[in-house]
Design a protein around this ligand. Structure first.
Ligand SMILES: Nc1ncnc2c1ncn2[C@@H]1O[C@H](COP(=O)(O)OP(=O)(O)O)[C@@H](O)[C@H]1O
Ligand SMILES: [Mg+2]
Length: 406
């Protein structure tokens, strides 16, 4: 059968801006906001506690890109741009940290942006004394605000191109590698595949609390204390498993997922979310809170189409600012599929970041015994590929740990 060739048009994966100096506040600006394309030395001098970085262009998503204050520009004469900005303000959840520089300013647009919660709306080109007064106010507010919870864990979502590609097996094994027998960061895998999830079974920690208990708290999760409530696996990793009984996908809600992720971020350094194949009402909330999406697939033509579908969905959901790690599981080794990595990468429009070999015997033994791969065999190709994935997920945590074991 002839298959129509397909192309994937965009591969826009914008990294967070990097703000290397700890202990400072960060302001990211759209160069268009300033008459000279950048803030003057005088303005910078006035705010030594602020680090200024260019956004490099317009603000295209609801992410603050790691900044504390955003200075964005919009043309009031373009209803489409104003609508897009309003959506970004809402999605950011932090409109009060966004200052808007408005070209073709008019009262109706200004009022609309203020109603959306923007910190301030200044006519373009921005007057630096007016901007300074606004920044003074925002920085003052940030300084007096209640300090953020101490631990601020990193969230990584595992999405799959179709069921059964191995995303749960990879997530739990990467978690075991990162946890490094308790010597590594505090890692938790959360099985949000609430109907078919088997993460807890894969590491045999089934007597811990599950998402079922989370649901019964009705979102009041602040007192849950996951680090002590979840029994660690021998690898040090913890698993918040799917409920043992059947629950509908919409038993979880965007608010519960938000509260759950916030609570977990206080207790763990790295949180791996294992998401169901189906997109739910709360998938967006889980992904929006993620610093990375790991998209797991296999090396077949149907899977290539499913990757493209997932990438398209990520883009239409305005999540394309989150870095994506594309993983090809079960490729090579025992599992020849007759399709080359290069042809799938060409069709998808981007290469795979990690390829994981098919090692059925080792993976099945690990799952059946509920152990980390290294417990059965050290230095397998499978484990090496997952160490590589771990290094991409958590660069600092995964370095210099070649030998683990129990
Ligand atoms: N790299 C691999 N080599 C061999 N078998 C694998 C590999 N990764 C996963 N599997 C197997 O694939 C099956 C499905 O994996 P699972 O993680 O449950 O998929 P998903 O969570 O994506 O639905 C499991 O039986 C697992 O043992
Ligand atoms: Mg699964």
């Amino acid at each position: 059968m002839m298959r129509a060739p397909f192309r994937f048009s965009r591969n826009a994966v914008a990294e967070e801006l990097s703000f290397p100096t700890p202990g400072t506040r960060h302001l990211a600006f759209d160069p268009v906001a300033f008459a000279d394309g950048a803030p003057s030395q005088a303005l910078r001098g006035q705010f030594p506690q602020l680090q200024f970085s260019s956004l490099g262009g317009a603000w295209t998503s609801g992410s603050l890109k790691g900044a504390d204050v955003l200075l964005v520009a919009v043309d009031g004469a373009s209803p489409v741009d104003v609508d897009g900005l309003c959506i970004n303000l809402r999605e950011s959840g932090r409109a009060d940290q966004v200052v808007i520089c408005l070209t073709n300013a008019d009262l109706a647009t200004t009022r609309r942006l203020i109603r959306e919660g923007a910190a301030d709306v200044l006519p373009a080109p921005v007057s630096e004394p007016a901007l300074a007064a606004t920044l003074e106010r925002i920085v003052g507010r940030l300084e007096t605000a209640a300090p953020l919870p101490a631990a601020s864990g990193q969230v990584v979502s595992f999405l799959k191109a179709g069921g059964g590609v191995g995303s749960t097996a990879l997530a739990v094994q990467v978690a075991a590698i990162l946890a490094d027998n308790g010597r590594g960061p505090r890692v938790c895998v959360v099985d949000l595949d609430v109907q078919f999830g088997s993460a807890a079974m894969y590491l045999d920690v089934q007597d811990s609390i599950t998402i079922g208990q989370v649901l019964s708290t009705h979102g009041e999760l602040s007192e849950m204390g996951f680090a002590s409530a979840l029994r660690p696996h021998a690898s040090g990793a913890r698993i918040l498993g799917a409920p043992a009984e059947f629950v509908p996908l919409d038993a979880l809600t965007p608010n519960v997922v938000d509260a759950l992720v916030s609570a977990l971020k206080r207790d763990f350094d790295i949180i791996l979310l294992d998401l169901p194949t189906a997109w739910t009402a709360w998938t967006y909330r889980a992904l929006r809170q993620s610093t990375r999406i790991v998209l797991v697939s296999q090396l077949t033509v149907p899977h290539a189409h499913l990757i493209r579908r997932q990438l398209n969905l990520i883009e239409t959901q305005r999540l394309e600012d989150i870095p994506i790690t594309l993983v090809c599981n079960r490729c090579g080794g025992d599992n020849p599929t007759g399709v080359s990595l290069r042809s799938v990468a060409g069709a998808v429009g981007r290469p795979f970041d990690v390829t994981v070999p098919d090692e059925r015997k080792l993976m099945n033994e690990a799952i059946n015994q509920g152990v980390a791969l290294s417990t059965l065999r050290r230095g397998s190709k499978l484990e090496k590929a997952l160490v590589q994935l771990g290094e991409l997920i958590a660069p600092k945590a995964a370095t210099a740990k070649p030998n683990r074991g129990n």
